[in-house]
Design a protein around this ligand. Sequence first.
Ligand code: FAD
Length: 528
Amino acid sequence: MATKLLLMFAICRLIVTVGLTLDPTELLRLNLEGQLSVEPSDVESASLDFGGMRRAEPWAVLHPASTEDVARLVKAAYESSHGFTVSARGHGHSINGQAMTTNGVVIQMSGGSGERRLGLGQPIAPMVHEKFMYVDVWGGELWIDVLRFTLEYGLAPKSWTDYLYLSVGGTLSNAGISGQAFNHGPQISNVYELDVVTGKGELMTCSEEYNSELFHAVLGGLGQFGIITRARIALEPAPQMVRWIRVLYSNFSTFTHDQEYLISLHGQPDSQKFDYVEGFVIVDEGLINNWRSSFFSPRNPVKISSLNANGNGGVLYCLEITKNYVESDADTIDQELDALLKKLNFIPNSVFTTDLPYVDFLDRVHKAELKLRSKGLWDVPHPWLNMFVPKSRIEDFDKGVFKGILGNKNKTSGPILIYPMNKNKWDERTSVVTPNEDVFYLVALLRSALENGDETQTLEYMSNQNRRILRFCDDEGINVKQYLPHYTTQQEWMDHYEDRWVQFNQRKLEFDPKHILATGQRIFKPSY
Ligand code: FAD
C-alpha cells in the first residue's frame, strides 16, 4: 500500500516534470514492487557518470524490486502509445553518458533495498553452485560483492576488471578485461547463462544452448538488446595470496616481445605461466607519484633518470605480472618465478615485488580511489580513451603516440595501460569487435582532467589529444577498435562494426525493434 502511494506521488510529480508526454495511467497500471522515484537526488545521480563530461536528466528512476519490475517497465515503454526510453544503469562508471537517457526512465540496477528477486519467488542473494563451479547473481550486483560472496565458498570468478566497483551487467555489456584475459578471456567468455529482459519487455533465459542469438548479442552488446537481470558466472578455487611483480624496460620492442611471450604461455600448466599480465607506459616522472604506482614507494623508490630512459624519448615501460599461490606453496613459488623471470629481458635491478592477499590485489584500485577521494581528485572529468590496437602496428603506435603525441611534454594525469590479449579467448559470436589479428593490445589512457593543473592537464587539451590520437591511427591505417566505444553518428558506429554492422542491426531489429534501450550509447534513435 505504501509503495502504491509513493508511486502515485511519483507519477503526479512526473506529470508536472515532463509535461505529460507520457500517459501516467500507463505507469500506474504496472504494479511495480520497487520504487519509481523522481526525487531530485535520484534524478541527479542518474544524470551523471564517472566521465563527468555529460549530463542528461531522466524523467524518473526505477529502483527495481524484482526482475518482473524491469520487465513491466520495459514492456510499458514498448507498448506505450506515446513512447519512452529505458536505460539500465549499473554503477554509472561510463565515460560518455552511455547509461543516461533524457526521454524516459533509468533503471538503477545496482544498490537497492536488498529485496530484489532473481525471478518469481527466488531469493535475491547470489547463489553458488559448488558442484558445477558457478554463481548466479543479479545483473546489478557489483563485482566486489560477487567476490566477497563466492570467497565464502573458497571460490572466485576467473576473469576480472582492474576495479571491482562496477556492475556485472555493466561490464558484461562491454567485455570486462584485465590481466587475466590472456588466459581466461574477457568476462564475457566466462558466463554460462543469462536472464535478459528484451526491448519488447520479454524475460528470456539464454545461453550457448538456448536462445543463443540473444545470449551472444547481449554479451558486449552495449545494452542494446536487453537488460541483464541474472548472470551465471564461472568460478575457480580462490587463490589465497598473490606475488605481484613489476619490472621496467626502456626498449619498447623488448617490452612487447616479453609481454607477447608471456601471453603465449596460456596453454601451459599453471606452474609455467603467470596468472596476470599487464603493463603501463611511463611518459614522465609524475607516474612515480601516480595513483596506480604507490607500489614503487616508499620502500622501493625509483628514479627514472637513473634508468636511462632519456635515450628513449624519456619513455619507460613497466611490465606488471602476478602469480597466485596458496600459503602452503610459498616455497615452490620462488623457484617457479625465478624460472619465468629468467626468460625476460627487463632492465637489470628493476624488479619490484610485493606479496598480498588475493582480495587485496583484486581490490587494489579501490585503495587508490579512497586516496584520490580524500584529496578531491576522484570526482573530476575523466576523458578516458580505450583502444584495441593490432599487434602488427603496436610499434607504429608507440612511435606516433607514446613517444610522439604524448611524449614527455605532458604531466601524467593517470595511468596509460598497455597489455596484449589472445584473440582466440574471445568469442566471435558476441557483439564486441576486436582487431583481426591473433594478438591485439589494450591501450588505455585513463587520465583525469584538473581545473587548476597546467595547460596539458585541462579537459580541452586531453580531449583534443584523444582526437589527435584517433586521427593519427586513421591517417596511418592502424585499424584500432575503440573499447568502451563512444561515437556520435550512426555512420561512425557502422565504421566501428564494419562487416558486423549488418548482424548488429539485425539483432537490434529482433530484440529492441523500437530502439528504446540504452539510447545513451547514441547508436540508434528511438523509433516509436
Ligand atoms: P554503467 O556505466 O552503469 O552502464 C554501462 C552501459 O551498460 C550502459 O549502456 C548501460 O545502459 C548498460 N548496462 C548497465 N547495466 C546493464 C544491465 N544489467 N544489462 C544491460 N545493460 C546494462 N573496464 C574493463 O573492462 N576493465 C577494467 O579494468 C576497467 N576498469 C575501470 C576502472 C574504473 C575506475 C572505471 C570508472 C571504469 C573501468 N572500466 C573497466 C570500464 C567499465 O567496465 C565500464 O565503464 C562499465 O560499463 C562500467 O560498469 P557500470 O556498472 O558502471 O555500467
